[in-house]
Ligand binder design. Structure first.
Ligand SMILES: [Zn+2]
Length: 338
């Protein structure tokens, strides 16, 4: 069956930048060289990822011109996958813990706004099962890749769907982008996580050069225990993602309120349209400014849309105040202020 649902163009965009700047091969600086884009379907809607790619430009370096992708990419999605890891984790929990059938899982996903064909649910289930079956001991290809690199940079992420209690833990290797190990666990204490890291470190056959995570205490302790002395870097992306949720909600609420205050722009435009005087022109200009402020979505969390709107409306209002002071009174345009 062909896909019946056309993909909506994502309204959200997320820029991911590699944390690491020094080349794992020669230690030289890796510059941002280009950008990759990919579109993902996640539980919070479609998102366009803009991935900044670094590269070592030093001739003779073992990693000369080898792309270094943002470490956080693998925390959001598996390589070459259209659906986010959060969707995969949810599908797995619904099937294996809640014992739902494929049509039931399909209905749950549609109910949550995930555009997906039923056939794709089956594919996601296969992917989930494959993920949990990932085993380093018999992955010869993977070991060859790692041996060529001569080192590994690990990332550990926990994905907790909002149903059930299990957390999907994924250990990845950042230079190759490969998933090394995935387990579904009922808890994520240091005692649970240290063995995962130890198992990986033992199986890969190359030294672990560093670990990247969101820095939650249990992960930090697990790294200390399983890989003593290995540097552990916090991922700003994870950190921000966690910190951003309450900010995002509060900001969304504030933006709604602000927008209410500037309804009626159309009414003002209509009342001055066709007018030949300067006043009409000025009023239309202000209306356009308000309109463009409303449609500017910003980027959470660093450029929160609500705060941005507030700034822009304040700029419009103070400009109007200045105009009034000078006496060139634009007709009724105060009504469009905040
Ligand atoms: Zn290099």
């Amino acid at each position: 069956m062909a896909r019946l649902l056309a993909r909506a163009q994502p309204a959200r965009e997320r820029v991911l930048v590699p944390l690491r700047q020094d080349c794992p091969g020669c230690g030289g600086h890796m510059r941002l060289r280009y950008e990759n884009r990919r579109t993902l379907v996640t539980l919070s809607g479609p998102v366009r990822l803009r991935l900044k790619i670094r590269r070592c430009e030093r001739e003779g370096c073992a990693r000369h011109r080898v792309p270094y992708r943002p470490e956080a990419e693998g925390a959001v999605a598996l390589p070459q996958h259209e659906f986010g890891l959060d969707v995969v984790a949810l599908v797995g929990v619904l099937r294996h813990q809640e014992h739902r059938s494929v049509p039931e899982i399909h209905a749950v996903l549609l109910g949550r706004g995930v555009e997906i064909a039923e056939r794709s649910v089956t594919n996601l289930l296969d992917r989930y099962d494959e993920l949990l079956a990932t085993s380093l001991t018999d992955a010869r290809r993977l070991r060859r890749v790692l041996a060529r690199q001569g080192r590994a940079i690990l990332a550990l992420d926990g994905m907790q769907p909002d149903v059930g209690h299990e957390v999907l833990w994924v250990v990845r290797e950042c230079l190759s982008g490969e998933v090394l190990l995935a387990r579904s666990l009922l808890s994520g204490t240091a005692e649970d996580l240290a063995p995962l890291l130890a198992e990986v470190a033992q199986a890969i056959g190359v030294p672990v050069e560093g670990v990247i995570s969101d820095g939650q205490t249990s992960i930090r302790r697990a790294v200390e225990r399983a890989l003593p002395g290995v540097p552990h870097q916090l991922c700003q992306f994870h950190f921000l993602r966690e910190a951003a949720n309450p900010v995002y909600e509060a900001d969304r609420h504030a933006k709604k309120g602000l927008k209410k205050g500037v309804r009626g722009v159309r009414r003002i435009e209509r009342s001055v349209e066709g007018g030949q005087d300067v006043g009409a022109e000025v009023a239309l200009g202000y209306c356009a400014a308000v309109r463009s402020a409303i449609t500017d979505d910003g980027r959470t969390p660093l450029a929160a849309p609500g705060l941005k709107l507030k700034g822009r409306l304040e700029a419009v209002a103070s400009s109007l105040d200045r105009v009034l002071e000078k006496g060139a009174r634009p007709r009724r345009s105060r009504g469009s202020g905040s």
